[in-house]
Design a protein around this ligand. Structure first.
Ligand code: 3HC
Length: 292
């Protein structure tokens, strides 16, 4: 029987991982009034997160999109810690956004099962690992699910809530409601499937875009332009891959292919070659496009 907490009992959120996703998820929670800790094993990672979030808040205030008081309150609601034990001990809701490695995530969830209060829900932001893979390690599998945000998490409205076989209804309800209170539009995925909804849709578009470019039928630029001007996408598939990170795109393809074995899910050679050259997209200064 799950003892997952109801939404009214959630006041403290722990986000594990200060990377691209974790820091913006944490700021989203802080802006919604939750006392939020970002935990990471790297001091540098935490410092970089703090700098980015302070800069982001200042620019929102300067643009008139966020009041100074709200910005100060959100920044004050954020705590930064390298100590998982103490950060987990008073968390009502945990969102894990650490490295996409099963061994690392399993260790984290095992610890959370011991350290987090009994009522706490333990969610993973993973796009590639269904929470069933870590649920048993917690000793409270009914309180475990995926809560998958999109990049940039401060902007994108979608949150995919994915239940595994024994995720309780209370866990799903609270997670969906929390997403709403964070200003998001959650969608529910009733059964684990590689890529959930969004990455499956995105993968289909990317596959076709890569086919067109690899076959010399059209340039990367013209394919992106078409996605924007004919389909109304905010950015073309290559620009989007560069934004998400080509290492992430390659990793998602590898993980999906390992699970499905389907030819259409096979990693793309051109993406893999760019990753091997260190061209990871925007974050490294080059990918399909040059950002220097
Ligand atoms: N962080 C925070 N805010 C950002 C941002 C960032 N990295 N990039 C843009 N923004 C904000 C801007 O501040 C601006 O806010 P405002 O309108 O309130 O002033 C707003 O977003 C729009 O930004 P811009 O005007 O600079 O540019 P665009 O209109 O092109 O919007 C975009 C940028 C929101 C990124 C838009 O291009 C977009 O929606 N792109 C598609 C993103 C997408 O598909 N994301 C999903 C990726 S897949 C994923 O995450 C899954 C994972 O598992 C891989």
């Amino acid at each position: 029987m799950s003892t997952a907490t109801g939404i009214e009992n959630i006041s403290t959120i722990l986000v594990i991982g200060a990377g691209t996703m974790g820091r913006q998820i944490a700021m989203t929670a802080a802006l919604a009034g939750y006392s939020t800790t970002i935990q990471d094993i790297s001091e540098e990672g935490l410092a970089a997160a703090r700098t980015e979030l302070e800069t982001w808040a200042a620019s929102r205030v300067a643009k008139g999109k966020l009041g100074q008081d709200a910005a100060t309150a959100a920044l004050d609601a954020l705590a930064y810690s390298t100590d998982l034990d103490s950060a987990a001990s008073n968390a009502d809701f945990v969102i894990e956004a650490a490295t996409e490695r099963l061994d690392i995530k399993t260790q984290i969830f095992e610890k959370l099962g011991v350290l987090a209060p009994a009522h706490a829900i333990l969610a993973t932001n993973s796009s590639t690992l269904g929470s069933s893979k870590v649920a048993e390690a917690t000793g409270r599998p009914g309180q475990v699910c995926n809560m998958h945000f999109f990049n940039p998490a401060l902007v994108m409205k979608c949150v995919e809530v994915v239940r595994h076989e024994t995720t309780s209804d209370a866990t799903v309800d609270t997670t969906m409601e929390l997403a709403r209170r964070l200003g998001k539009e959650p969608v529910l995925i009733n059964r684990e499937i590689p890529g959930f909804i969004a990455n499956r849709l995105m993968g289909a578009i990317q596959r076709e875009a890569l086919f067109l470019a690899d076959s010399g039928i059209a340039s990367v630029q013209d394919i992106d332009t078409t996605a924007r001007t004919a389909l109304g996408h905010p950015m073309g598939p290559f620009a989007l891959m560069d934004m998400v990170g080509l290492d992430v795109i390659d990793f998602i393809a590898q993980a999906t292919y390992a699970e499905t074995g389907a030819a259409e899910d096979a990693p793309n050679e051109r993406v893999a070659a760019l990753v091997a050259e260190g061209k990871l997209g925007r974050k490294s200064g080059a990918g399909f496009y040059d950002y220097k």
